[in-house]
Ligand binder design. Structure first.
Ligand SMILES: Nc1ncnc2c1ncn2[C@@H]1O[C@H](COP(=O)(O)OP(=O)(O)OP(=O)(O)O)[C@@H](O)[C@H]1O
Length: 323
């Protein structure tokens, strides 16, 4: 354990925003917090960065952390100095710490190479794309070797293609530096792509904090699962119209499945009819119905047509205890 947050609470006025937030990170972990707008994600980062005071709770590091720069935050709008070149932006923290000129040059050049922006070093931020500005902002934070790098909505100003590329880039560079990284975001796909662990925040609480694999395959509740993808609720009436391997007990549990955890197959005597097809490129979402029951099924298979009659099989059922 390298970094620990214990029982953080924060209110603004009479609004209790963060409620008993606790988690730990190992050195080099990349962690993302996701949750609806206004749940307090940025406030959590600000508290870790020391920019906001918690009402109660504690933040601690294991020995061997950087005392001078425990946590450095990269803001959503990057906040680069507009009148400084890329080189000077990155060098800023080192100059402020009165680092020698030669060492500054070595460290800044290492960052320029690592973040693949060496050819931009004499340019001003306004001449850079959003993706390049973000790399400068992260490089500026990383050059002072913080114990924890905090990223506020790192994908908010990037277009769809750049989001995926940036998520992989951040993952790879942070693994190379071994810097513990904590990000907050709305983007679920990028959270999975970038992180080792994900924290799901709902109603001011950290409802689940786990590896990406467990967050996806073993969500703690229907609400947490719905935040990370589309889910369908099962009811007893639907069960005999679906191919399901396991027995279900609706007196003890609520059952649900992810849209991508089901398959449809054409069968003229099937129970389900395709009512709507939404094309997402690689993925296609089919809305199927039987009387007043309806489910969304995501598939890579594009040969189904509206009106096709199909069978429905669920490959993985998720459950939440009723008690
Ligand atoms: N300094 C402050 N004073 C009063 N209220 C604040 C302050 N900072 C944040 N808030 C309020 O706390 C709530 C949570 O804000 P925060 O920015 O942490 O949420 P968030 O989860 O990051 O939201 P988003 O995803 O939209 O950025 C908001 O309602 C916000 O208005």
């Amino acid at each position: 354990m390298f970094f620990k947050v214990t029982q953080l609470n924060k209110s603004f006025g009479d609004k209790k925003l963060l409620k008993n937030i606790s988690f730990t990170a190992d050195r080099g972990d990349i962690i993302s917090f996701v949750g609806p707008s206004g749940v307090g994600k940025t406030t959590l980062l600000k508290i870790i960065a020391g920019l906001e005071q918690p009402d109660s709770g504690d933040i601690s590091f294991a020995s061997g952390h950087n005392d001078k720069n425990p946590a450095v935050m990269v803001f959503q709008n990057f906040m680069l100095f507009p009148n400084m070149t890329v080189y000077d932006n990155i060098a800023f923290g080192l100059r402020a710490a009165k680092t020698g000129k030669k060492l500054i040059d070595e460290k800044v050049c290492e960052m320029l190479d690592c973040f693949q922006i060496r050819d931009k070093k004499e340019q001003y931020p306004r001449a850079l794309s959003a993706g390049q500005q973000q790399r400068v902002a992260i490089a500026r934070a990383m050059v002072i070797a913080p114990s924890v790098l905090l990223l506020d909505e790192p994908f908010a100003n990037l277009d769809k293609n750049l989001k995926a590329e940036t998520a992989s880039f951040i993952h790879n560079t942070q693994k190379k530096f071994g810097t513990t990284t904590i990000a907050v975001m709305h983007d679920q796909e990028e959270a999975f792509r970038m992180s080792d662990k994900i924290g799901v925040m709902l109603d001011g609480k950290l409802v689940q904090f786990d590896t990406v694999d467990r967050i996806y395959h073993a969500p703690i509740s229907i609400k947490a699962a719905s935040f990370l993808g589309q889910v369908n609720m099962l009811c007893p009436k639907a069960v005999d119209k679906i191919f399901i391997k396991e027995p279900l007990d609706f007196t003890t549990h609520q059952y649900y499945f992810r849209a991508e955890a089901a398959t449809i197959s054409c069968n003229p005597r099937g129970e389900w009819k395709i009512m709507e097809i939404i094309f997402f490129g690689a993925n296609i979402s089919y809305y199927i119905k039987n009387d007043n029951l309806g489910f969304y099924v995501n598939s890579l298979d594009s040969h189904f047509k509206k009106g096709d009659v199909v069978d429905l099989a669920i490959n993985k059922i998720l459950k939440e205890s009723l008690h």
